[in-house]
Ligand binder design. Structure first.
Ligand code: FAD
Length: 492
C-alpha cells in the first residue's frame, strides 16, 4: 500500500461476527489447548454438533482414529511455531459417519505475541475426493488396459508428439519415431483429412532388410484444456489415437495363398495351352501331307480324264476320311475359357509371379533387379495377363541359362504415363538376332532347335494376349546385350 492509497474504512465488530456466523465454511475458535469456544452454523451443518454440545471440548471430538498420528504431530509442530497449517483429516460426525475435512488452522496471537486462540476453518471435501479418486482409478484402469493391449497404441498431440503409448507400441517402435513415420507414409499414400481412418496398411522397410506390414487405425479425440484461462472460454485440444497392428505374418499368409492360387490357375492354363499347342501342332503338321495327297489326286484325275480310276477313287475316299478325321481333331482343340475383365494391379501380379518363379531363379543363380513404378490399375483379364508375363519371364530365365554372360540377371521395371502402362523385361542372355525379331511371334517358330521341348507357341500366345488387351509387345536388344521385351498396355 502506498501513501496515496485511501485507508480501508473501519468495519464495526458486529460485521465481523456476522460474517463468521454466516460464512459457508465450518469455522471454530478454540483456546490455546484446542478447546472449542465458538463454532458457526456451517460447523454444525458439517459435523452435526450443536455449539452447546462441543463447547469446552477439544477439537479431537471430531477425530476419527484412522488419521495417522504423524499428521497431528506435524500439525501441532507448525501451530506451536505459530504458523498456520493446512491438511486433510478424516473426521467423524456426531452420527458416527465419516467425512474428509480440508482444514486450515491459524494461530491467533495476543498483544504479547503469545498464541491465545486458534481459528479453525474446514470444508467437507469427501465428494471432491471421491471424484478425484474415481478419475484416478479410471485413468489407471485405462492405462493398464492400454498398456496390456495386444495392439500397439499411441496418443499423439497436435505436434505429432507421442504423449501416451503402450508396451506393444514401444516394442514395435524400438526407439524410433514410428508414429511420425507412419503418419508421413499415410499422408503420402492417400492423405489424412483430419477424420478418423481404419485398417490403412503401411509397408515399412526395416534396418535389417526385412519388410514389415502394419495396419493403422486412427481416431481423433478432443480434450478440454484444464487451465484457469480455459475455465469460461473452453479451449479444446485434439489428439490422435493411433492403433497399429503388425500384420506381416498375415500378409505373408495371404501372399502364399494368392501365389498358390495363381500357381494352380497358371498350371491349369498351361495344361490347356499344352493340349492346344499339341493338337494345333498335329493339325498344322497333318495339313501338309493332306495338301500333297489332294494335289496327287488332282494329278491322277487329270491323267485319267473322265475314265473312272479305282486308285483315284480310293485316294479320294482316303482323303475324305482323312479330312473328316482332321476336322474332328481340329474341333477337339480346347477353346480358350473366357475370363472377365477387371482392374489388375500389374505390380502386384509381377511380384506374385516373381515369388512363383523364385525357386527357378534361385536354382539358376539369377538375380532380379525389380523396379516397380507407380502404376494405375489396368483393365484386363488377370489370368491371361499372368500367362503373358509368366511366358516372358520364363523366356528370360531360359535366355540367361543359354547366355555366356557372367552376369546372370533379369531386370524388370514398370512405369506409367497418362495413356500407357509399360512393363520392360530385360535379360543378360544371348538376345534375339534382328532377323528373328518378327519370326519369333509366328506359331511353331522356335529358336531352340529340335532338342527343345518348346514348339514355339509362347511368344505367339503372348502376342495374342497383348493384342487382346489393345496393347503392344515389342522385342529388342537390352542395354548391355540380351533381349528386351517391352509390353505396353492402355490405361482407361
Ligand atoms: P492426541 O493423542 O491428543 O494427539 C496426537 C498428537 O498431537 C500428540 O502426540 C501431540 O504430539 C499432538 N498434540 C495434541 N494436542 C496438542 C496440543 N494441544 N499441543 C501440542 N501438541 C498437541 N482434529 C481432528 O481430528 N479434527 C478436526 O477437525 C480438528 N480441528 C481442529 C481445529 C483447531 C482450531 C485445532 C487447534 C485443533 C484441531 N484438531 C482437530 C486437532 C485436535 O485438537 C487434536 O490434536 C487431534 O484431534 C488429535 O487428538 P487425539 O486425541 O486423537 O490425539
Amino acid at each position: 500500500m502506498n501513501d496515496r492509497t485511501p485507508p480501508l474504512p473501519d468495519i464495526p465488530l458486529e460485521v465481523f461476527r456476522q460474517a463468521v456466523e454466516q460464512a459457508a465454511l465450518a469455522i471454530s475458535i478454540t483456546d490455546a489447548d484446542a478447546r472449542i469456544l465458538y463454532c458457526n452454523p456451517a460447523f454444525q451443518q458439517v459435523t452435526g454438533y450443536a455449539p452447546a454440545e462441543v463447547a469446552g471440548r477439544n477439537e479431537s471430538v471430531l477425530s476419527y482414529k484412522v488419521t495417522p498420528g504423524l499428521v497431528y504431530e506435524t500439525m501441532w509442530a507448525r501451530l506451536l511455531r505459530q504458523r498456520p497449517w493446512n491438511g486433510m483429516l478424516v473426521n467423524r460426525r456426531r452420527d458416527g459417519s465419516r467425512y474428509l475435512a480440508d482444514l486450515t488452522i491459524t494461530p491467533v496471537l495476543d498483544a504479547g505475541g503469545r498464541t491465545s486462540h486458534y481459528l479453525g476453518m474446514h470444508r467437507d471435501v469427501t465428494e471432491v475426493h471421491r471424484l478425484e479418486r474415481q478419475v484416478q482409478n479410471q485413468k489407471q484402469l485405462i492405462e493398464s488396459v492400454i498398456e496390456a493391449a495386444p495392439v500397439a497404441i499411441a496418443v499423439l498431440d497436435e505436434a505429432e508428439r507421442v504423449t501416451l503409448d503402450n508396451q506393444e507400441y514401444r516394442r514395435l517402435a524400438a526407439g524410433s519415431g514410428l508414429a511420425a513415420t507412419l503418419l508421413a507414409a499415410l499422408r503420402a499414400d492417400a492423405g489424412l483429412d483430419g477424420r478418423g481412418f481404419a485398417g490403412r496398411e503401411v509397408q515399412q522397410e526395416l534396418e535389417d532388410g526385412r519388410t514389415r506390414w502394419l495396419a493403422c487405425s486412427g481416431a481423433w479425440i478432443e480434450e478440454q484444456d484444464g487451465s484457469a484461462d480455459a475455465f469460461y472460454v473452453p479451449l479444446r485440444r485434439r489428439y490422435l489415437l493411433l492403433a497399429i497392428q503388425d500384420i506381416t505374418a498375415l500378409k505373408a499368409q495371404q501372399e502364399a495363398i494368392r501365389v498358390n492360387a495363381l500357381r494352380a490357375v497358371l498350371a491349369e492354363q498351361a495344361r490347356i495351352q499344352d493340349l492346344r499347342e499339341a493338337l494345333s501342332g498335329a493339325v498344322y503338321r497333318l495339313q501338309t501331307p493332306f495338301h500333297m495327297l489332294a494335289a496327287a489326286l488332282r494329278m491322277l484325275e487329270r491323267q485319267a480324264g473322265s475314265a473312272a480310276d479305282p486308285l483315284a477313287a480310293s485316294l479320294a475316299e482316303a482323303l475324305a476320311q482323312g479330312s473328316a478325321a482332321l476336322e474332328a481333331l481340329r474341333a477337339s482343340v480346347p477353346s480358350q475359357s473366357e475370363e472377365g475383365v477387371g482392374p489388375v494391379d500389374l505390380n502386384g501380379l509381377l511380384k506374385d509371379l516373381l515369388r512363383l518363379l523364385t525357386p527357378r531363379l534361385l536354382a539358376g543363380g539369377i538375380t532380379v533387379d525389380w523396379r516397380p513404378g507407380a502404376l494405375p490399375p489396368v483393365s484386363g483379364r488377370p489370368t491371361r495377363l499372368a500367362t503373358l508375363f509368366k511366358a516372358l519371364l520364363e523366356n528370360a530365365i531360359e535366355a540367361v541359362h543359354d547366355g555366356r554372360d557372367e552376369r546372370r540377371e533379369i531386370r524388370l521395371a514398370t512405369a506409367a504415363d497418362p495413356d500407357w502402362v509399360e512393363v520392360v523385361i530385360q535379360d543378360s542372355g544371348p538376345g534375339i538376332p534382328p532377323e528373328w525379331r518378327y519370326k519369333v511371334f509366328e506359331p511353331f517358330f522356335t529358336s531352340k532347335g529340335a532338342r527343345s521341348q518348346h514348339i514355339g507357341m509362347g511368344l505367339s500366345v503372348a502376342q495374342d494376349v497383348v493384342t487382346g488387351h489393345g496393347g503392344l509387345l515389342e522385342l529388342g536388344e537390352a542395354a548391355g546385350g540380351g533381349c528386351r521385351a517391352r509390353v505396353q498396355l492402355p490405361v482407361d
